[in-house]
Write a protein that binds this ligand. Structure first.
Ligand SMILES: O=C(O)CCC(=O)C(=O)O
Ligand SMILES: [Mn+2]
Length: 204
């Protein structure tokens, strides 16, 4: 399901210039006055967990807390974990509605990440699991501590992009982005405050 023509024309000037990618950054998607209420609801109501992942045969805790919500039956496998989604919280349904109004896309699941400090991170990857289909649209909302977000091209080494994801921002990755690019949230040596990120997805 592609972004609506209304979206692509309205936000044409927020399309980043990255070959083989379709990435939009809307810095003020969640108004400042709504951010604290939203943060508190997510911090308290979401069933945050630190999952173990298998790396080179060893079980290690993920460097962040996570949770997965979505429509019943939309399970999802990555890093050797299969996730059964928890039923939608009202606060998450509201965000999903807002995204539908803005993008024309009816997302059916959301992965949440809580980065507790600068040592929490997410390594290089693309959101290219088969469940997401060929050219997935990923809608990524950030709250709290501003963090760096890096892109690197998969074959043209040297092609890189560095963004700052501020509180309230919406990053949309669409088209062939996941095919040609990887992304990461690097660790930081600075003492950083917590950050919550929500990536809304369509699971087929
Ligand atoms: O925290 C972020 O901004 C990125 C999260 C991400 O890439 C993911 O959940 O797949
Ligand atoms: Mn990702």
């Amino acid at each position: 399901m592609p972004l609506s023509p209304e979206f692509t024309s309205q936000f044409a000037d927020q399309l980043l210039s990255m070959p083989g990618a379709e990435v939009y950054l809307l810095p003020e998607f969640i108004p400042v006055e709504e951010q604290l209420v939203l943060w508190r609801a997510l911090e308290q109501e979401v069933a945050w967990r630190q999952e173990e992942i298998k790396l080179f045969g060893k079980s290690i805790p993920q460097p962040r807390l996570t949770a997965w919500y979505g429509d019943e039956g939309k399970s999802y496998t990555y890093s050797g974990l299969t996730w059964q989604p928890l039923p939608w919280l009202p606060i998450l349904s509201q965000l999903r509605e807002k995204l539908l109004e803005t993008t024309g896309i009816s997302f059916n699941s959301v992965l949440l990440n809580l980065y507790r400090n600068g040592q929490d991170s997410m390594g290089w990857h693309a959101d290219d699991e088969p469940e997401l289909g060929k050219n997935p649209v990923i809608a990524s909302i950030s709250l709290g501590q501003e963090r760096s977000f890096h892109f690197r091209h998969r074959t043209q080494t040297g092609l890189k992009e560095k963004l700052l994801l501020s509180s309230g921002s919406l990053l949309l990755m669409a088209g062939e982005t996941q095919h040609h690019w990887q992304h990461q949230v690097p660790k930081s040596a600075k003492p950083l405050e917590p950050r919550i990120n929500l990536t809304f997805r369509v699971i087929h």
